[in-house]
Write a protein that binds this ligand. Sequence first.
Ligand code: FES
Length: 85
Amino acid sequence: MSTPRPAGGRGEPAGAPSAEETGHPDVILCPGGPMLLRGDHVVTDEDGRRHRTTRPVSAVCRCGKSAIKPWCDGTHKVLPPQARP
Ligand code: FES
């Protein structure tokens, strides 16, 4: 059992396990693609609407072209390399 840690400067809630403790990062930036979020999160879009994640891993669009923003729909794959995040 891990010892809860106080909230620190890394944006982690108090008691949240670290990446070292879980064995994987909570956030992964995919080169040329989305940002993967592991676990429960709330994503606020550019209009201020809040979207709660409902999957173990959620992909957040970083290219701005998804039809289902804030989530990635795979559109980044058909963009020219210079238009990808
Ligand atoms: S990053 Fe995948 S559609 Fe934008």
